[in-house]
Design a protein around this ligand. Structure first.
Ligand SMILES: [Zn+2]
Length: 320
């Protein structure tokens, strides 16, 4: 086991022998689901649906060729609705040796929903991935990266190894399932692999009139430059570079070319472990013995009472 210079003492981690940092290329295969989730009547819009179906129809096969050419495995977060709509595409992803993970059923908005509703989305997504591809996913990414305080327990109940929806670190860590400080009543934990809007292609390229607001389609050269800088920074500080791509965005020609160039650059970084999210999570679970709950802030019930702040807690646990 090597010890790296990762400076964030909140999330200390070491990487497998021979590696000093990690990188994972992830693909959220939203297809039509993310637009239907916002507006069910969007199914009537033939052109909008075609913009979304470009992902599974054209982009995923192209991206799979790139990953094969580069000799790396990606992680594909797939809503159950996408799996049911494009079963052959999902099976091609599995047959290519890539990881398939959970991304809701219909990319449902998560803000403000209760645990029972969220559980029904999780179960429906699990059923779809099992039925279409025989997959029981180890990982979960909430639609729009929106996790609720009750979500970790729902994920642990279903045996998920990791989540990748939070934005509070540069490296994976073990997250307490109990988020209300009641750790004596629930000692379970799951791995969290944090993400960052800097490394999401949505912010760089997404544009559809009336759907993506002021979306500007940036130059792939600029994006390649920006993401290379981010990868170099993660590499130098020993943390974890996680890129989120949407096939209907980054699978278009010049963007796919830029993505392949980025993969080549990241692979060439000395000591960079380019792998799936599942392998990063397995490594984290096996080598990190600190489990963290999250600081939580709430609006006071009485005027002038001051904000209610429940600080984060860290506990030691045995390695699995
Ligand atoms: Zn998504």
């Amino acid at each position: 086991m090597t010890t790296n210079a990762f400076p964030d003492e909140t999330h200390p981690i070491t990487w497998p022998e021979g590696f000093t940092a990690a990188a994972s290329f992830t693909f959220d295969v939203d297809a039509e689901s993310c637009t239907i989730a916002h507006d069910p009547t969007s199914t009537r819009r033939m052109s909008l649906m075609s913009h979304q179906s470009y992902g599974p129809k054209v982009a995923v096969p192209r991206l799979l060729k790139i990953l094969e050419r580069q000799g790396i495995q990606g992680t594909f977060f797939i809503p159950g609705f996408t799996a049911e709509s494009y079963p052959d595409v999902v099976r091609r992803i599995v047959d290519g040796g890539h990881e398939v993970a959970h991304h809701g059923y219909l990319h449902e908005p998560m803000q403000g929903i209760d645990a029972a509703t969220e559980a029904s989305y999780l179960d429906r997504g699990l059923e779809a991935l099992a039925k279409v591809a025989g997959v029981r996913p180890a990982g979960y990414r909430a639609p729009w990266w929106e996790l609720n305080w009750h979500s970790p327990a729902l994920l642990a109940d279903r045996g998920f190894l990791y989540d990748s929806s939070l934005l509070d670190g540069d490296a994976p860590y073990r997250m307490a399932v109990a988020q209300d400080g009641a750790q004596d009543t629930d000692s379970r934990d799951i791995v969290e692999i944090p993400v960052d809007w800097t490394l999401d292609d949505w912010e760089q390229y997404a544009f559809y009139p009336g759907v993506t607001g002021s979306g500007v389609i940036e130059s792939p050269s600029k994006v390649l430059d920006m993401w290379t800088l981010e990868a170099e920074a993660h590499h130098s500080q020993g943390s974890c570079f996680v890129l989120t791509n949407h096939p209907f965005i980054s699978g278009r020609p010049s963007k796919a070319v830029a993505l392949e160039q980025l993969i080549e650059r990241v692979k060439a970084m000395d000591g960079m472990w380019v792998t799936t999210m599942e392998r990063i999570a397995e490594h984290t679970k096996a080598t990190v013995n600190e489990v963290q709950s999250h600081a939580r802030i709430e609006i006071p019930s009485q005027p002038g009472a001051g904000a209610i702040f429940t600080p984060s807690r860290t506990r030691e646990t045995a390695l699995s």
